[in-house]
Design a protein around this ligand. Structure first.
Ligand code: SAH
Ligand code: SF4
Ligand code: F3S
Length: 470
C-alpha cells in the first residue's frame, strides 16, 4: 500500500485532541502516516471547536491561510472535523471552496469511504450523530505524546442543556464507554510507560455503565459501574499510575467520588468544578441545575474529604442579563472558594442555544471586558496565594519534560496539578521524564513552583490501594 501523509491540527478541548488520535488510528489502516507539518501532506485535517465565536473565526482564517498550499499542491485535500463540522456543515461546504471533507465527531469510522468518494472529485460529508458510538474498540495512535501522560475518553456527548453551550448540539447525546475497554486502555498505556491518565468526559459524574436512560439495569449478569467505581478500577491498574479526570459537574458530583479519591493516593487531589457564575439568578438562567448555596456545599464537601485538594473552575463574564450585583457575587464567591486555577471567558452567544433563543445578549462589550479583567486580576491574586501554601512541603512530582525556560531544568506536576520546576540533575543523577521524585518546594509564583529534589522514587509510605468492589 502507498503511504500517504496526513497532518491533523486540533483545536478546542482535550476531547478533540483525544478524538484526533482515533482519527489517526482509523487512517493508519488506510495507509496514512501522521506528520507534524502541513508541508507535503496529502491530507490536512482540522479538528475544530465551536465553543465561542473566536474559536470558529480562528479556524475559518486558518482554512483561508491554507489556500497557498493548495495552489502549490492541487492534489492536497482539506477536511474539517469536530464540532464546527457538525455546526457549520453547509457554510463549510458552500462558502469554503477549499474544504473537501466535512466529518462530525460521531462519523470518523466512515472516513475511509469518504476519502474514496473524494477520489472521484466529489465533496464528502458525514455529520450524523450517534446514540451509541464510543469508539471503544479503537486502539488510539498517540499523537504528540510526551510519553508520560495520556487522555482516555470515558464518555461522549452531553445531556445537559446549559443555556450558553453549543456542545449538546455538536456532540449529541451522552453515552458511556464500556469500562472494560477503559481499564484495558489504561493498562496498556501503563505497560508502554505512561504514568498519568486523565479520564475525559463533558460531565464525568454522570458516567454510568449498564443502566438505561430510565435508570434500569440493562444486563443483570454484568456489574453496574458509576464514575466512582470506574475511578477505583482505573486506580487499581497500578499504584504507580496517577489518575486524573475532567470535567466534574457541581450538580452531579457525589460524595462517593470524593471518598474514592480520598482513599486512593494515586487519584490526584485536584478537581475542576466549573461554577460559571456566583449569582443564583444567573445560574438559573444558565440552566446549570444548581444555585450558589449548592455549589458552596459541594466545595465544602471536597474540603471535608480532602482538606488539601486543589480546586479549579470555569467562569463566564457577562452572560445575558448579568448585573453589576451578579458580577460582584461571582467575585465574592471566588473570594470564598479561593481557586487554585481558573479558565475565564467572556460570554459569546452561540446560535440555536437556549440563551440565543430566549435571552438578549445585553451586557455591553466594554462591561464584559472589564468584568472579565476584574475576574482575571482576582484569580491571579488567589492563585499566587494558593501556590504559597506549598512552600516548605516535600511533594511527590511526576517529571514530564524539559522546562520551556531552561535546558538545565525539568518540569513536572504535583498531585494538585501545579507545575513544579526542578534542576535536571540531582547530584550526579540526571532526572528523566516518567520518574517520580520527592521535591521540597522552595518558592512559588501564581503560575508555577520551584522545587529542590530530595529523593528519587515514590514516597515509601505509599501503599497499594484497597480494591474497590463493584
Ligand atoms: N462540560 C464542561 C464545559 C465544557 S465547555 C462543563 O459543564 O463544565 C468549557 C467551558 O467553556 C465552560 O465551562 C464555559 O465556562 C465555557 N463556555 C461554554 N460556552 C460558552 C459561551 N457560549 N461563551 C463563553 N464561554 C463558554
Ligand atoms: Fe456544555 Fe453544560 Fe454539557 Fe458542559 S455540562 S458540555 S457546559 S451543556
Ligand atoms: Fe469545543 Fe467541541 Fe470541545 S465545541 S470545547 S471541541 S466539545
Amino acid at each position: 500500500m502507498d503511504t500517504k501523509k496526513v497532518y491533523i491540527e486540533s483545536y478546542g478541548c482535550q476531547m478533540n485532541f483525544s478524538d484526533s488520535e482515533i482519527v489517526a488510528s482509523i487512517l493508519a489502516k488506510e495507509g496514512y502516516e501522521p506528520v507534524t507539518s502541513v508541508d507535503g501532506a496529502d491530507l490536512v485535517l482540522l479538528n475544530t471547536c465551536s465553543i465561542r465565536d473566536k474559536a470558529e473565526q480562528t479556524v475559518l482564517n486558518r482554512i483561508d491561510g491554507l489556500n497557498h498550499l493548495k495552489v502549490k499542491h492541487p492534489a492536497m485535500k482539506v477536511g474539517v472535523l469536530g464540532c464546527m463540522a457538525e455546526r457549520m456543515r453547509e457554510e463549510l461546504i458552500e462558502r469554503k471552496h477549499l474544504v473537501d471533507l466535512v466529518v462530525g465527531p460521531d462519523a470518523y469510522r466512515s472516513l475511509p469511504e469518504l476519502l474514496e468518494d473524494l477520489g472521484s472529485g466529489q465533496k464528502a460529508v458525514n455529520v450524523l450523530l450517534s446514540r451509541d458510538e464510543t469508539y471503544a474498540d479503537i486502539e488510539r495512535v498517540r499523537l504528540g505524546s510526551n510519553g508520560v501522560s495520556a487522555f482516555i475518553t470515558i464518555m461522549r456527548g452531553c445531556d445537559n442543556m446549559c443555556a450558553f453551550c453549543v456542545v449538546p448540539f455538536t456532540r449529541g447525546r451522552e453515552r458511556s464507554r464500556d469500562p472494560k475497554t477503559i481499564v484495558e486502555e489504561a493498562r496498556k498505556l501503563f505497560q508502554d510507560g505512561i504514568r498519568e491518565v486523565t479520564l475525559l468526559g463533558q460531565n464525568v459524574d454522570s458516567y454510568r455503565w449498564n443502566v438505561d436512560s430510565r435508570g434500569n439495569v440493562k444486563d443483570t449478569n454484568e456489574a453496574v459501574v458509576d464514575f466512582a467505581d470506574l475511578l477505583g478500577l482505573v486506580a487499581d491498574v497500578s499504584p504507580q499510575l496517577r489518575v486524573r479526570f475532567s470535567t466534574s459537574h457541581p450538580k452531579d458530583m457525589t460524595d462517593k467520588v470524593l471518598r474514592t479519591m480520598a482513599a486512593r493516593p494515586n487519584i490526584c487531589k485536584y478537581i475542576h468544578l466549573p461554577v460559571q457564575s456566583g449569582s443564583s439568578e444567573v445560574l438559573q438562567r444558565m440552566n446549570r441545575g444548581y444555585d450558589r448555596a449548592w455549589y458552596k456545599e459541594r466545595i465544602d464537601a471536597i474540603r471535608r474529604h480532602m482538606p488539601d485538594c486543589a480546586i479549579s473552575t470555569d467562569i463566564i463574564a457577562g452572560f445575558c442579563g448579568e448585573s453589576e450585583d451578579d458580577h460582584r457575587s461571582t467575585l465574592g464567591l471566588m473570594d470564598e472558594v479561593r481557586y487554585d486555577m481558573a479558565y475565564m471567558f467572556k460570554y459569546s452567544e452561540r446560535p440555536k442555544t437556549l440563551a440565543a433563543r430566549k435571552y438578549p445578549d445585553d451586557v455591553p462589550e466594554v462591561d464584559k471586558g472589564r468584568r472579565l479583567q476584574e475576574i482575571i486580576d482576582l484569580q491571579m491574586q488567589h492563585a499566587g496565594e494558593r501556590n504559597q501554601r506549598h512552600v516548605g512541603q516535600v511533594q511527590e512530582v511526576l517529571i514530564e519534560g524539559t522546562s520551556k525556560r531552561s535546558q538545565d531544568h525539568l518540569f513536572g506536576r504535583n498531585t494538585y496539578n501545579a507545575v513544579v520546576i526542578v534542576p535536571r540533575f540531582q547530584g550526579a543523577e540526571e532526572l528523566k521524564p516518567g520518574q517520580y521524585i520527592q521535591a521540597r518546594i522552595i518558592s512559588a509564583t501564581s503560575g508555577s513552583l520551584q522545587g529542590d529534589p530530595v529523593g528519587i522514587g515514590m514516597e515509601p509510605a505509599r501503599r497499594s490501594p484497597e480494591p474497590v468492589s463493584i
